[in-house]
Design a protein around this ligand. Sequence first.
Ligand code: NAG
Ligand code: NAG
Length: 490
Amino acid sequence: MYLERKAQLLVVLGLALVFEGGESRNHEVFVAYGSVAVLPCVDEPSVLSRPTAVYWSRIVDNVRKSVWRREKSGLEFRPVTDPSRAYCPYPNFGKGDYSLHITGMTDKDGGKYVCEVEGNTRMVKNIMLRVIKVSFSPAIAVEGSVMEVTCRISPEPELGRQQVRMNLNGKSTSKKILYNVSQRDAGNWTCQVSYKGVSGEATASLQVNGIITPQNDSSVVYAAVGTSVSLPCVFTEGPIPNSVTWARTSKTKPSSLLLPSSFNQSLGSSVSLPSWERSSWIKSVEYGDEGIYTCSGMMEGLNGVRIKVQRRMQLVVTQVQSSSASSSYGPVTLTCHLSDSSGITYYEWLRVTYGVNNTQTVTFVKKSKDLRIQKVTEKDIGEWVCRYYGMQGVLGNITYQLHMTGALMGERESMSGKNVAMVMGLGFLFLVIFLILLQMYRNYRRKKMILLYPAMETIVHQAATEQERREKCKAKINEACGGETKSESV
Ligand SMILES: *[C@@H]1O[C@H](CO)[C@@H](O)[C@H](O)[C@H]1NC(C)=O
Ligand SMILES: *[C@@H]1O[C@H](CO)[C@@H](O)[C@H](O)[C@H]1NC(C)=O
């Protein structure tokens, strides 16, 4: 008993000597939990030549414990426990560097260390090693639960002069207790310590079990009528979410609505998709499918507690509405219509044309919600696109195919009608000219015949005069001739 106390006293005396030496000022070292600590022991002014022995020891409860040592004989000693964690790289010795490296820092490694190097003279360095550790409690975080983030420094420096700052993903935060853990709390929590002009930091990564996509309840999905759309719901990898369901409500009223007829849900049992991918999709969006869609599932927290995790997203249905009355020649107005336009800052209209090899040319037309085409002509037929923007930039677009409208069709028909009339008119004209020419030819032929046979002309003429005479006789001396006829008949 007495001997033991005497030995302790000696150790304490020895320590006192060590700390009183010129080199005995404590050197602070901060190191992150789990990393490799380098305890400096450098003979900067190079007072030592030919070091013969290096002793590294640690002071635990005022008792010196050897950590690593190299005797004059060249023999190296390591503690029986954790023999490989502490070492001094020999090649450094030549440069007067006797620093001790310790791997896999734990908070138990923090404390006072002493470096002694013997040679022609003796060098002593005292080091205070402090381990910084960021931890979360409970260790499993589930969205919606309560959690505490702590930064522990062991041993803790004297309060007041220490400065501890906490960063989350590079941004300073003062939060220590999180009452409603969300994906915003996930990421790298860094604790930065600066003390007596020395600084250090430690980082721990927090995964929050729940839904990673969408990240929050404010996401909006835009889909045009007739297209297919995916509503994302991706859970964090790892624990499998249970009883995942989808529901739909109105944006303005909390009443629940039916899911669209072409709504499909990924059941998490398919081979191609991992079990945490629970997105759904609508094959063909219809006008009226808009609303708030909620994906929810149960996740296991600490001690098997089941916590409900859910994410809301809004579906906005988009459509181009045309004012054209099918049978009129009037102007056409195309309107970019969204079931909810509260997130829209502006619209623009683009004309899309296709050249050879299907090369697409997009031409800006106008920055407005409506597009008025005074008179639709054939060059307007084809693809028109309405693009809509929000605060973050382009949100989406709607394609509209401008078909042959009634007006244009009517125009085309009347055009062909005119053509038919024109063709018919021309045909008639040609027919008339042909007939005239034919008549002229016949007259010509007749005259030619008369010139060829003059006698025949006389005969014909005589025959004609005889006929004439008889006619005259019939008309003027009707009785004489008539009597003749009468008697003949009797
Ligand atoms: C956290 O740190 C790791 C490693 O440096 C990095 O890969 C990761 O992107 C960081 N995470 C965030 C959210 O910043
Ligand atoms: C419209 O949106 C689709 C899908 O985002 C995109 O591929 C296409 O290039 C867009 N069209 C125009 C004209 O911006």
